[in-house]
Design a protein around this ligand. Sequence first.
Ligand code: UDP
Length: 238
Amino acid sequence: MSNLRFSQVLLKISGEALAGGRPFGIDNQTITNFCQEIAQAAEAGARISLVIGGGNIFRGVSDQAAGMDRASADYMGMLATVLNALAVQEGLEKQGLSTRVMSAITMREVCEPYIRRRALRHLEKGRVVICAAGTGNPYFTTDTAAALRAMELKTEAILKGTKVDGVYDKDPLKHPDAVKFETLTYMDVLEKRLRVMDTTAISLAMDNKLPIVVFNMFTPGNLKRVLVGEPVGTVVKG
Ligand code: UDP
């Protein structure tokens, strides 16, 4: 483990990323590719926890939820993250990894409840812990869940796997002249309203001095590059 820059990490993957190129749903090939990346990182000796989003299936604040009570819509969003977590668990097990899905909303027939000490024990045993159902509370996001779990599980960084190479001054998919930042402070992100993670997640990371690395999860080998400390993506720190 000692040759890794980060040996204990929390990887946040958005639901949208799991859809691959599709407008919604789960793309099996994308799951396989991501799971290969995670297997490579685990083989290098990293302890990995995952937080998976649900935006590819349902978001509490979206047109899909128009007219619904916000809390009910958010619970639907949290359940969507459980579907994604189970899909990722299948993918990781195909790569030979030992895994546990731990949900913030109890559903014993499907997965374990999230219990911090138990999660730490799974990580000690070399299992990949997949945290599902966000924080378990409406009005939050899986970005905030990622920051929360990253601190609870004593990780050294939050890794945010996206479809672009890092954080840019404007959307690089729409503006070819967009400029990528190598590093940013938490205050830069908050003041410039850069779309890294939501403000609650950034504030939590800032208060606890937890670095965030935003990188392209679709580039093969990138996750391991981040772990060994290669200058990949954008690093947000104090
Ligand atoms: N959600 C929630 N509380 C949480 C995490 C998620 O209510 O702690 C709901 C919320 O409705 C959100 C949806 O779950 O829109 C899916 O999560 P998110 O939008 O963070 O997924 P991502 O954008 O990462 O795919």
